[in-house]
Ligand binder design. Structure first.
Ligand SMILES: [Zn+2]
Length: 446
């Protein structure tokens, strides 16, 4: 295609000869190169002498980049009188482009940032095309962007720091960008923290340097052995091994408990972290306590399932059934489904004689329509222990045990709920674990 055509066709309809010189057009190319077409009085000269003037200020550009700038523009043969670059300015051209940093402000979007930096939006679209991780959609105030913009106003490299550990890097590649994720080297440092209970465990542990999350975690680990609110005494001791992640001396905020030692009224409890992320005691036994699915000695007929949308057979109204009913004769022993504490053993108009157990921090179980209690509030019970005899008290249509299982105060289906597992370690795993325990113990004491 003849690049001159658009200009020539326009000129055909113009009256000739022209009285004087006119500046017919200026094509300003990225502010770098000025091209003018000068109309001369003689029609013969018309449009045949475009003059390209290179503005000296642009001479500090590398020549290659300058060429790239005009690649897509209509262009025509240069006249012989092109002004040559000045040598002295050429040396400045060798200057390396510098990195600039931009801290994302409230209300910023990528396009407002690019506008502010004078970068073309086309560049932004090229970046977005290369942004598989969608990091550019989630800019957060305070995030630092690093931009390497060359003298041609081309964004050569763009970095977005996602956190201390991860930086997304976009590198110019042809017309578009290639993106990659750089992960910094981090190191984990282990610290032993210890303290004596003075006031609450929470305050004492905070004073020793544990975070709120870590304190919660410690209490959860020992939930089956210790009630932190009730059992801990002034003068009880604790030691905690915490691993923290650092990048170039700066904490990433990530930390992991490794080992905990609690001394309560002269008894010492341990929790050690295994490779599977779970905690075990010093012998490799699970710190969790398992449950039995059905709190009866023998399997009994299930007369009514857990059903939150149950309709009453007569009224048709939705009457949730928050437990499981077992058809058992009056006087059938009822068992504690897991280790726990008796919270309630009372008589109720509808529930009859009913009993509530608490197991650790998350779980409670309820038993309704009983004929006799075998335990009283405050008693500690072991899994499988007889706690009551079934009956037909309260509003009941026949002898049965109504059994409820609550997780975080919400009734769930006791026959379906995922119960805590109580498996200890065995075989090779146990040997690996016991070796780690030795190391942990030294660190706890060190
Ligand atoms: Zn029921």
């Amino acid at each position: 295609m003849n690049p001159l055509r658009p200009i020539q066709s326009k000129l055909k309809g113009m009256p000739a000869p022209l009285p004087k010189r006119h500046l017919y057009g200026i094509i300003l190319l990225g502010g770098l190169t000025l091209t003018t077409t000068v109309l001369l009085p003689s029609p013969g000269d018309l449009a045949t002498q475009p003059i390209k003037i290179t503005i000296p200020a642009s001479l500090n550009l590398p020549q290659k980049a300058a060429k790239e700038q005009v690649d897509n523009t209509e262009f025509y043969t240069l006249p012989s009188d092109e002004i040559e670059p000045v040598d002295a300015l050429d040396e400045i051209a060798a200057t390396e482009p510098e990195w600039q940093e931009y801290v994302v402000q409230n209300g910023d979007t990528l396009s407002t940032i690019f506008n502010g930096l004078g970068l073309p939006l086309a560049t932004m679209y090229r970046l977005l095309e290369a942004d598989q991780g969608k990091v550019l959609h989630g800019l957060r105030p305070g995030q630092t962007l690093s931009l390497l913009i060359d003298q041609d106003n081309l964004l050569q490299e763009f970095k977005i720091k996602r956190d201390l550990l991860h930086t997304r890097i976009f590198t110019r590649d042809g017309d578009g960008y290639q993106s990659r994720l750089r992960t910094e080297e981090s190191n984990w440092e282990t610290r032993a923290l210890s303290g004596v209970i003075n006031g609450s465990f929470y305050i004492s542990a905070r004073d020793a340097g544990l975070s709120a999350t870590q304190i919660q975690r410690v209490a959860n680990l020992f939930q089956w052995q210790l009630d932190f609110a009730r059992d801990l005494r002034q003068g009880d001791r604790f030691k905690v091994l915490v691993q923290r992640e650092f990048v170039e001396g700066q904490s990433t905020g990530k930390s992991e408990l490794q080992a905990v030692e609690m001394t309560n009224k002269g008894r010492t409890f341990y929790a050690f972290r295994h490779e599977d992320g779970k905690f075990y005691d010093a012998k490799g036994e699970s710190l969790e306590r398992g449950f039995i699915r059905i709190p009866l000695e023998r399997r009994a007929r299930l007369s009514s399932n857990f059903n939150l949308n149950r309709k009453h057979p007569v009224t048709g109204r939705v009457q949730p059934h928050k437990g499981t009913d077992f058809a058992v004769p009056v006087g059938t022993p009822v068992l504690a489904p897991g280790d726990g504490v008796v919270v309630k053993a009372v008589r109720h108009r509808l529930a009859g004689n009913y009993l509530v157990l608490r197991h650790g921090r998350q779980y409670t179980t309820r038993f309704l329509h009983l004929s006799k209690f075998l335990v009283k509030p405050g008693d500690t019970v072991r899994r499988g222990q007889r706690i009551a005899l079934s009956g037909n008290t309260g509003r009941s249509t026949g002898p049965h045990l109504h059994y409820e299982f609550h997780v975080n105060n919400r009734a769930v289906d006791a026959m379906q709920v995922k119960l805590p597992m109580a498996d200890g370690l065995g075989g090779t795993e146990k040997r690996t674990f016991l070796a780690t325990v030795e190391k942990y113990r030294q660190e706890l004491d060190g």
